[in-house]
Design a binder for this molecule. Structure first.
Ligand code: CA
Length: 530
């Protein structure tokens, strides 16, 4: 034990001492990239069915109000590993490097005897070796949808091999996860496996079995597919993430993806070429064209989700067959949500509901009653705390979330959080950053949301009960005066409690619009809203 203490420092003494001899459950953390809750049928999706994901939600607990702290891929992963907000773990935006020396929940689980592995998407720096894992096999960077190269470390010692696979990445990641569960791990130890998909990330490339799925159906459109952003401020007007304007021919599969081999390309073209030919002939314009793009986008997105769902079914079946299901906590989540045509958008980043919300479902036989639903405000900053809690460890003071185990019975304890803090950083004033979403911070309660676009000097305020789609900011409307005051106070209080630096990560005060000047001076948002 003294070797471990020398490594992690004395402050761990208190919680390591707390571990009893009780049986530690296995933890299977199933994670996807950009999977919105409103594309999961047990979250009442109007557009698809996910029978295997539903097994997790229906046989355990479904959290309806799980929100990310910073809605973008790498940062969300860093929050999950560390239990700390971005300004504390140092990974504020994609392109940052994750400091693998900091304390993470996999390292803590290792200290109390867990065998830990990460298989699939890592996305915390291409050359960044995952730390805290006895086994890792991860995609290089984003990784392609087909024929991925993966970096494998058999012993968690930094000796990595590059391996090229042929096939569909979602299937391959699942095969590798199953191999590790069956033969790779030491069966006398409890395990924690992070089984992490690339899908359904852009550019939404379906697997060979799914290329024509949904061909004969029309997917319902979101109510605000043709949003004109009239009720919101500069940020909504100047983003670059609309289905109408931002999507490329590659996104829309008007050209095939670059990573297919000859045989795969033949199958791909056989599926897409007739559809593309019909599209070219139709010569669509205006709203008809947007509608077509939406259908193409959402069908490809849902095809990717269908492959994830089928593969998760394989893993759940294996847990049953191997007798592991009873003592394994299965958790499903995604790094953040996604706009599925909502507001006319794809992508994420904004604090609006569709991308701010994360799916979160937990199945733990014997400990969580099937069919439990929680409306508590929870977050990806709580995941690490939950995992170490179920393994019998106390929470280090540096972690900023809270274990979710007191919520597992569906009740909300009196002292549970009443508000949640969000902060998105990825915007460079002087160059073109992807999707051009302005920096913002914000606070959400069960009913209201205040968003502070601090570089613009603009606020937005939403009454989610009256305006669930966030179409009209009510900031500065007289009837919300008291709510507005309280939320501003709460936002500052949370920033102080979480120790957000005053400079908010060196934010330029007067950003220069070089490439993307505001199209118009929006008349809503900060000052008056009619
Ligand atoms: Ca993501």
């Amino acid at each position: 034990m003294h070797v471990i203490f020398a490594f992690v420092g004395l402050f761990l003494l208190s919680f390591v001492a707390d571990v009893s001899g009780a049986e530690q459950p296995n933890i299977l953390f199933i994670f996807t990239d950009d999977h919105a809750a409103h594309a999961i049928s047990c979250y009442d999706s109007k557009i698809n069915k996910t029978p295997n994901l539903d097994r997790i939600g229906n046989e355990g607990i479904r959290f309806d109000n799980c929100f990310c702290t910073n809605g973008i891929c790498g940062p969300s992963r860093a929050v999950i590993l560390t239990g700390k907000y971005s300004h504390k773990n140092g990974f504020l935006r994609n392109g940052n490097r994750f400091d693998g020396n900091q304390l993470t929940f996999p390292k803590m689980l290792q200290m109390v005897g867990y065998e830990t592995a990460v298989i699939g998407k890592w996305h915390l720096g291409e050359h960044q070796e995952p730390t805290g894992f006895s086994y890792s096999e991860v995609l290089v960077g984003q990784g392609p949808y087909y024929n991925p190269t993966m970096l494998r470390d058999d012993h968690g010692n930094g000796d990595r091999k590059k391996i090229n696979y042929t096939g569909y990445t979602t299937d391959i990641i699942t095969d590798l996860a199953l191999d590790w569960l069956k033969e790779g791990r030491k069966s006398d130890k409890p395990f924690m496996l992070m089984y992490q998909h690339k899908a359904p990330h852009r550019e939404w490339c379906p697997g060979p079995k799914y290329l024509t799925m949904y061909d004969d159906v029309e997917i319902p459109e979101p109510v605000n597919l043709f949003d004109d952003y009239e009720g919101r401020g500069t940020a909504a007007h100047t983003q670059d993430m609309t289905i109408e304007k931002t999507m490329t021919d590659r996104d829309l599969k008007l050209v095939p993806p670059p990573f297919l081999n000859e045989e795969q390309l033949k199958v791909w073209n056989a599926a897409y070429e007739p559809k593309n030919e019909a599209f070219r002939k139709a010569n669509l314009q205006g709203k008809d064209l947007v509608r077509w793009k939406y259908q193409r986008y959402i069908k490809d997105y849902l095809r990717c989700v269908a492959a994830v769902d089928d593969n998760i079914g394989r893993v759940l079946d294996y847990l049953d067959e191997a007798g592991l299901a009873e003592n394994t906590i299965v958790v499903y989540s995604s790094d953040q949500g996604f706009y599925l045509g909502d507001h006319g958008w794809f992508d994420k980043r904004f604090m609006y509901e569709e991308s701010y919300r994360q799916p979160l479902m937990v199945r733990w036989p014997g400990k969580i009653q099937p069919g439990t639903v929680s409306k508590a405000l929870v977050s990806n900053v709580d995941f690490a705390e939950t995992f170490i809690d179920v393994a019998g460890l106390d929470q280090p003071r540096a972690m900023q979330g809270a274990s979710l185990t007191p919520l597992f019975d569906g009740e909300i304890p009196e002292d549970w959080r009443k508000s949640h803090y969000y902060h998105y950083y990825e915007f460079e004033a002087n160059s073109r950053t992807p999707h051009m979403v302005r920096r913002h911070r914000g606070v959400r309660t069960d009913r209201y949301k205040l968003i502070d676009f601090y570089n613009l000097g603009e606020y937005e305020l939403y009454d989610l009960e009256k305006d669930p789609h966030e179409m009209q900011s009510v900031y500065d409307q007289p009837e919300y005066e008291e709510v507005q005051k309280l939320l501003k106070y709460e936002l500052d209080r949370l920033a102080e409690e979480l120790e957000v630096p005053d400079d908010r990560g060196s934010v330029p005060k007067n950003p220069v619009y070089k490439n993307n000047p505001p199209a118009q001076k929006p008349n809503a948002g900060k000052k008056k809203a009619s």
